[in-house]
Write a protein that binds this ligand. Sequence first.
Ligand code: ADP
Length: 553
Amino acid sequence: MALLGQMMSMPLLISSLIQHAARHAGDTEIVSKRCEGDLHRSTWAEVELRARQLAQALARLGLSAGERVGTLAWNGHRHLEIYYGTSGSGLVCHTINPRLFPEQIAWIANDAQDQALCLDLSFLPLVEKIAPQLKTVRHFILMTDRAHMPAETSLPGLLCYEDLVAAEDGHYTWPLMDEDTASTLCYTSGTTGHPKGAVYSHRSSVLHAFGAAMPDAMACTRRDVILPVVPMFHVNAWGLPYSTALVGAKVVFPGPHLDGKSLYELFEQEQVTFSAGVPTVWLGLLNYVGSQGLKFSSFKRTVIGGSACPPAMLATLMDVYGVEVIHAWGMTELSPLGTLSRLSSKHLSLPPEQQRRLLEKQGKAIYGIDMTVIDDARRELPWDGRSAGNLVVRGPWVIASYFGHEDSPLIPVTGRDGRDAGLWFPTGDVATIDEDGFMQITDRSKDVIKSGGEWISSIDLENIAMAHPAVHEAAVIAVAHPKWDERPLLVVVTKPGATVSRDDILKFYEGKIAKWQVPDDVAFVSEIPHTATGKMLKLKLREQFRSHVLPTV
Ligand code: ADP
């Protein structure tokens, strides 16, 4: 029989992160720009105390272990308190992306069976609109103080966050629970059909926080001042609310103020050293800094991911502003970190251009993630930097199934030696891996468009177009865009004898989908190419329209 280890049995719980930060970095600041327009200062110790008070308040409202608490909120200290107050007490923190179409938000809250919904002031009109469709929400909590509560609202029994917290004494002990207990829920609207939820556990979240903070990953330290631009409603801001507690770093939250000027001023005022966000955000910041002839006085490094980081952006940040860029790849299903591009010592003797080519790739896997590329027969391909195949991953912070779905997304893979290599998660990305383990995304097999870091389902857009009486067949593909990385282009075959204009078709989308998801342009063709089995050949269409110039809006 195996000999058991004789170490203290302490489950990896999210509450251990905030307890660590409160005890060992208690006076380290948490700074938040808020919807109310002010700049709020607190500390890790205060966040932990208020998270305990919130846990008491949620229990008093009758919420019990395993129930989901939805959030529609920007990055801020109250959102951080909710992260810890819910998960820490055994509830599940369900972050919802407010940029989705209202119907989708309602659908997601209903699918998750959210019992309470916490919302920032900015989202009050949105929630008032969808409230009649919310089937399970018993409590609406407005994340503000009494002075900012609305005089009138249609939300039944709207509660004031600050009142709830103030009414509790904080005499609360974080409960012990199984580390595999669900902590957090985040939906991804990446593929076809309805969005699907990734349910993270305490264990997966804590391990991910460790992995993300490591020196060859984000290298978070207690000397850093960290400003997560990536939203807390998007895959837990890439784990930063957890990794920053793990190392006890100062955190600066930008709230809803994400334009270049606001970000720059906050970076300088709080002496931010490290940040993370999608390429679109950095474009805004760089445009502002460049147009004003400014420099950064403290900003040292940033993670850029969610979409491919354009080489020109990497070069500007590194060469003009002296900011180290860590290009990263991840997915909601991976909590989200998979790979980060940082050099090994053997690369330091390479000519600078060759080092740059490596940094432009999506990077190397960190401990906790294993990855490889496979062919259509699910056999592992060589790591030669040339053989492109479907990228598959596995590890303790990769999902094994989606919330409420019995079927497993995992697929069996055969190793290069012909042996069974076990079950892996197919990412829907197409990539090469080189001899040194640097992964580079070359294409995508999933049928989606990623605009400004957010997903647009091509199938949804096609279905709407197909409902137009003049449309015979419709395909939506991604076209490169300088600001948003990708934008949707609608390719249409009209019915015989029917005439319809570009504007007529685009108008048809109004009210059916969020405005930012409406295609930028329509291309009329006589035929859409198909495979032998009748599937649209999107690859061919993407090639055909590679240099299509989208109208500037
Ligand atoms: P996130 O935006 O946090 O990466 P999502 O689940 O919304 O998480 O999106 C994951 C997908 O985004 C990946 O499967 C890939 O298609 C794309 N993606 C993410 N990072 C990169 C990157 N650095 N380069 C290219 N594509 C990326």
